[in-house]
Design a binder for this molecule. Structure first.
Ligand code: NDP
Length: 401
């Protein structure tokens, strides 16, 4: 295989992990360019990454022309977008104009409405297909690995899958009274919107954090978990029409929810602009500026995350349950990439998804979600890359790395 040229856009928590992991793939990449809004952040990460040579650049990823010029001058084959969801469409447009494959980890959101759906990106389907280019959407952990776990269970363990619960626990402690684990603006927008889940052919809307229950996480124990809408539900329900119900659950501590409620009550999580000293500012963006950078949480983070898919359905005319999950330690993540586990569990699958597309192992012209590809090659490499996973069938361990 000819070695490939990879551009990574975004030098935050996830960009740091994706770059360090990709730069160790010397059989796949000839050179990597890390580009973001703030070049100094790219330089700080790049100087510790290798052995693949890494160069850096400043770019405004909202500007299609600037992106096109950068992609052309670097002669990229593949682009990994780990900037913010607001940049997805401009980056996809630039990939089409330059003939480059596209990978991201989060679906497009319009900056002025907290609205998560794939329609904006699925609308690029015909153009990517005609160009013979692969777009891989949502190659993080959730979305991402959770879609692949679902596809793997559908392929190997079920004839028909009926119930899906994606369960996401962060049982880590970073020692701060309030901080978010990834971009605070995106995180708070996600949590403060209405909950939504799929049941018997309908989408049911709930108040924010209205439904919660205790979920037992492997090697962690019971944790209160809150029903949220998460974007992979939309594509999984579309691609697995036998699903009768699909829900997403995430843990939050009581202290986190209390902080969030206070911030909401006083208007600090609003995305409606307000006038402050003659300037228009968005309260949520201001809040982001005063909260700790997610990438700064790593050194003191202890404990682990556990994210997985709990499924129920039919195999050989019998009821069956299947739970596939990964537990990831914050300290291991920090030792490997100087990042906490939330950035790690996103950056590792982002680097892996990009490498499968770069090698042509995942090659499907058009705009695709993760579950539309064969899950086996992805899961063969996920454990060795740092995220081992386990399968429990009918309550018994069936496979573990
Ligand atoms: P950060 O805020 O830490 O990093 C975002 C980076 O993008 C920053 O370096 C920022 O630049 C850069 N950026 C923002 N706007 C632009 C722009 N217009 N042009 C160029 N660069 C820009 O976020 P994270 O690393 O935590 O998250 C990255 C992505 O990963 C997000 O889309 C997030 O939603 C997604 N994610 C996905 C998960 C999954 O499991 N699927 C889980 C967690 C995150 P600057 O440094 O100047 O601010």
């Amino acid at each position: 295989m000819n070695k490939k040229r990879l551009i990574i856009i975004g030098a935050g928590g996830v960009g740091n992990v994706a770059l360090r992991k990709s730069a160790r793939m010397e059989d796949i990449y000839e050179e990597i360019l890390l580009a973001s809004r703030t070049k100094a952040k790219c330089d700080a990460i790049a100087k510790e990454a290798g052995p693949v040579p890494v160069s850096t650049a400043q770019v405004d990823a909202d500007d299609v022309e600037a992106l096109v010029a950068l992609i052309k001058s670097f002669r990229a084959d593949v682009l990994l977008n780990v900037a913010l969801p607001y940049q997805d469409l401009s980056i996809m447009e630039a990939c089409l104009q330059t003939g480059v494959h596209y990978i991201d980890t989060a679906n497009y959101e319009p900056p002025d409405v907290a609205h998560f759906e794939y329609s904006y990106q699925w609308a690029f389907q015909d153009r990517f297909k005609e160009a013979g280019l692969t777009a891989l959407l949502g190659s993080g952990f959730d979305p991402g690995v959770t879609n692949v776990f679902t596809a793997y269970a559908a392929k190997h363990y079920f004839d028909e899958m009926h119930y899906l619960d994606i369960v996401d626990c962060n049982a880590g402690d970073h020692g701060k009274s309030f901080a978010t684990n990834f971009n605070p603006e995106i995180n708070i927008r996600e949590i403060t919107q209405n909950g939504r889940y799929f049941s018997e052919e309908n989408w049911i809307t709930t108040d924010p954090l209205e439904i919660h229950q205790s979920v037992d996480y492997p090697r962690i124990g019971a944790k209160e978990s809150y029903l949220l809408f998460h974007e992979e539900l939309e594509s999984l329900v579309k691609h697995y029409p036998t699903l009768k119900r699909a829900r997403f659950w995430m843990t939050f501590s009581e202290a986190y929810i209390t902080h969030l409620r206070v911030l909401e009550d006083i208007g600090m999580t609003s995305i409606e602009p307000v006038t402050f000293q003659g300037m228009q500012i968005q309260p949520l963006q201001f809040l982001k500026a005063v909260l700790p950078e997610p990438s700064s949480l790593g050194p003191n983070y202890k404990g682990q995350t556990s994210i997985g898919c709990q499924m129920r359905g039919i195999k050989d005319n019998k009821e069956r349950t299947c739970y596939i999950f990964n537990n990831c330690s914050h300290q291991m993540a920090y030792q490997d990439t100087k990042a906490q586990a939330v950035s790690y569990t996103t950056g590792v699958p982002a680097a892996l998804g990009a490498s499968l597309v770069a090698r042509g192992i995942w090659n499907r012209a058009g705009v695709n979600n993760m579950e539309q590809f064969d899950p086996d090659p992805f899961l063969e490499e996920l454990g060795p890359l740092g995220l081992p996973w386990e399968v429990v069938v009918d309550g018994k361990l069936a496979f573990g790395l």
